[in-house]
Design a protein around this ligand. Structure first.
Ligand SMILES: Cc1cc2nc3c(=O)[nH]c(=O)nc-3n(C[C@H](O)[C@H](O)[C@H](O)COP(=O)(O)O)c2cc1C
Length: 193
């Protein structure tokens, strides 16, 4: 099994999503013998914006090939200004490619990456799962749309929110997320489930 691990937080060692995504990958290493892991740090080594000249270049094709080779995708996703980091958006711009990860047919769009599994860990400073800020949540919704578009319509999403609202809420949110990580890669969960 091939796992692709992506981080996109700019917050280094204090990052919640880096902590959680590493825990997810560690969980896979424990559960799956011989798992191979590719790692890409989109904050330390940002991809350029996709442009017409960049389409089809070796560099862009390599990003797509790395994704196509993966059975499992583990994404560390901070909420920045109500959405995903632009570095991560650029990665998606490299992998949502017509004819490779989706195609249009008579029945509409067909995702071509449906056999892959995705585990997303998402961290937000405030609370968006309920209350007045809920309509401003554009990170989880955008991720679900992009993953669903390529056929990954049941990503496992683990959220730590309210992490900027004080030490205690931050600790509680991280602990709850780590408890959820303990259920990732359950023995009977097939790829694509
Ligand atoms: C540039 C930047 C923008 C942010 N924007 C938001 C935001 O719109 N809403 C929010 O609730 N938290 C926001 N935060 C807080 C982060 O979502 C929070 O720190 C989260 O833990 C980020 O994940 P990380 O710890 O892995 O970096 C922002 C943080 C930074 C650094």
């Amino acid at each position: 099994m091939q796992l692709l691990h992506l981080d996109s937080s700019i917050q280094g060692e204090t990052s919640v999503t880096r902590l959680l995504s590493a825990a997810v990958v560690e969980r896979y290493r424990q559960r799956v013998d011989g798992i191979a892991v590719d790692y890409r740090d989109l904050a330390a080594a940002p991809l350029p914006h996709i442009t017409l000249p960049r389409f089809g270049t070796d560099a862009a094709e390599a990003v797509l090939a790395e994704f196509l080779a993966a059975d499992v995708l583990v994404l560390g996703v901070p909420m920045y200004n109500f959405g995903i980091p632009s570095q991560l958006k650029s990665w998606f711009d490299h992998i949502l490619v017509a004819g490779k990860t989706f195609r249009y047919g008579a029945g509409g769009v067909e995702g071509l990456a449906a056999a892959k599994k995705a585990v997303v860990v998402l961290s937000r400073g405030g609370v968006y799962s309920e209350g007045p800020a809920a309509p401003m949540e554009h990170a989880e919704t955008h991720l679900r749309a992009m993953l669903g578009f390529i056929g990954i319509d049941r990503p496992q999403i683990i959220v730590a929110e309210g992490v900027a609202m004080g030490d205690e809420p931050r600790r509680a949110a991280i602990d709850a997320a780590l408890a959820a990580v303990a259920h990732v890669a359950e023995a009977k969960q097939p790829v694509g489930a």
